[in-house]
Design a protein around this ligand. Structure first.
Ligand code: SF4
Length: 469
């Protein structure tokens, strides 16, 4: 059996220090096959990569895996500063200085442009798709080739796991403690895959279009363990869409509720096809905040983004959240396909009408390979045919200038702490609240506190779950 060093090289701290869930998932899969695995990451070590690698030299790994979670931060106003691949390349350079073993790349970001990222970073080989299956297979092949990566294909993939086979992560004790203490938050998945085809989104390309759902009980058990072992107080479901049409999300909520866990949770929601009763049920199981994939601000641009709902649906969904005093955040990209002066004006009116909500606004859609927006951008000549997309490239509608959109947004959101544009405004808010000792998702702190009626319901739900907070 082999010794494998897994490195999380994410260095972004906005919106918060994100626990490297993918790394822990792969560690669990390797561990279950008898390999000796050590997980380290730059953020929780608070060391430079050179110091971190030197500290673990005595482990003498046979191979090193590096996880690339994101390529950049999708903020068109901050392109070079937050292009994470430059940092990844520095990590690989340092590894190669200190170790003469194969360096394997993997992770969601890597899967999008595997060959190009290998070439850019100088890593030896990579796994695309699901690391829990691909990585153990690759380790087997590397071991058989006496750890000579040159004898193998550069990119290795394996079939997608069915939902019941998606393993729970192996959480390194020190890392678990660090993230729980720093933010109180841990990510969790109850399913993989996304059946929708939003124009800019790479999720279905990475996870497939078919939903693969985990056993609700194993999801709730993972939450209970992370709460007991590390003190995690808030879970973020990083499923593509938590409220799936089939209703698996209700079974997950039921399993969580049964355990009376004193935690809160949030997730990504589609703003349609949910009743007030369903939302109320999720609230009684600990849901306290919803991150809503609204994505565009008018019906014309929703259609341009291939979203399967209208802004009336968004308003209705938001009003249910307001009524139940559930914190709601909308994520909106302005300047996408079909955006022009009139859709921006309509969009600003629509955003204004979103009661008791935070709105994160981005300008321009990051173009990723294989997405619908790549085709639109190439057809419209918005990006050059030879553009590799490795460095961030954004689609801005040719029907209105970027400057005009920016001026309109800034004028409309001036002085409103709940309308976060440009995205750096959200970063500043995060840092300020974190420095005041706040933990959790933070954006909910920008909203008016719940009033009497729902405070009663919240505390009743908390009491049902044995929550003192
Ligand atoms: S934006 Fe959300 S709903 Fe749309 S394809 Fe991506 S993950 Fe699916």
């Amino acid at each position: 059996m082999a010794r494998i060093l897994l490195i999380g090289c994410n260095q972004a701290t906005s919106p918060y220090h994100v626990f490297p869930l993918g790394l822990a998932q792969v560690a669990g899969a390797l561990n279950s096959q008898g390999h000796e695995v050590r997980q380290i990451d730059i953020l929780s070590s608070e060391l430079s990569i050179a110091e971190l690698l030197a500290k673990h030299a005595s482990f003498e790994p046979h191979a090193i895996g590096v996880s690339v979670r994101n390529i950049d931060d999708v903020d068109s106003h901050n392109i070079e500063a937050n292009w994470y691949l430059a940092q990844t390349r520095n990590v690989i350079v340092e590894i190669k200085k200190q170790y003469a073993v194969p360096v394997i790349l993997g992770g969601a970001g890597f899967s999008l442009m595997a060959e190009k990222i290998l070439e850019f970073t100088g890593a030896d080989v990579g796994v695309i798709g699901e690391g829990e299956t691909a990585m153990p297979e690759l380790i087997k092949k590397l071991s058989a080739s006496n750890w000579q990566a040159t004898a193998l294909p550069r990119v290795f993939s394996a079939p997608l796991l069915t939902g019941d086979k998606i393993p729970a992560p192996l959480i390194d004790h020190d890392m678990g403690k660090f993230y729980a203490q720093k933010t109180g938050i841990m990510g969790i998945q109850s399913k993989r895959g996304c059946p929708y085809g939003c124009a800019y989104c790479s999720y279905p390309l990475i996870e497939g279009a078919k939903l693969r759902c985990r056993e609700p009980e194993s999801v709730a058990e993972q939450m209970e363990r992370a709460h007991k072992d590390f003190g995690v107080s808030h879970f973020v479901f990083c499923d593509s869409v938590f409220n799936d049409k089939q209703g698996h999300f209700l079974q997950v909520a039921e399993a969580i509720k049964k355990r009376s866990l004193p935690v809160h949770w949030s997730g990504y929601f589609r703003p349609s096809h949910m009743t007030k009763d369903e939302l109320e049920f999720l609230q009684s199981a600990g849901l306290n905040a919803l991150e809503i994939g609204t994505d565009s601000a008018s019906d014309a641009t929703l259609e341009g983004m291939n979203k399967p709902f209208t802004f009336d649906d968004v308003h209705h969904f938001n009003s249910l959240c307001t009524e139940l005093e559930l914190a709601a955040a909308h994520f909106i990209i302005m300047g996408g396909p079909k955006e022009d002066r009139s859709t921006v004006k309509t969009g600003l009116r629509n955003i204004k009408a979103l009661t008791r909500s935070v709105v994160f606004v981005y300008q321009g859609a990051r173009v990723l390979p294989g997405t619908r927006i790549e085709k639109i951008a190439r057809d419209e000549g918005v990006i050059a045919p030879q553009d590799s997309l490795l460095r961030p490239v954004y689609y801005h509608s040719p029907l209105i200038s970027e400057e005009e959109v920016k001026v309109m947004l800034e004028a409309d959101f001036a002085g409103d702490i709940t309308r976060l544009f440009p995205p750096s405004k959200a970063d500043k808010m995060d840092k300020a609240l974190r420095s005041m000792g706040h933990k959790g998702i933070l954006w909910d702190k920008l909203l008016a506190r719940p009033t009497g009626r729902t405070r009663q319901r919240s505390s009743r739900a908390s009491a049902d779950r044995g929550c003192n907070g």
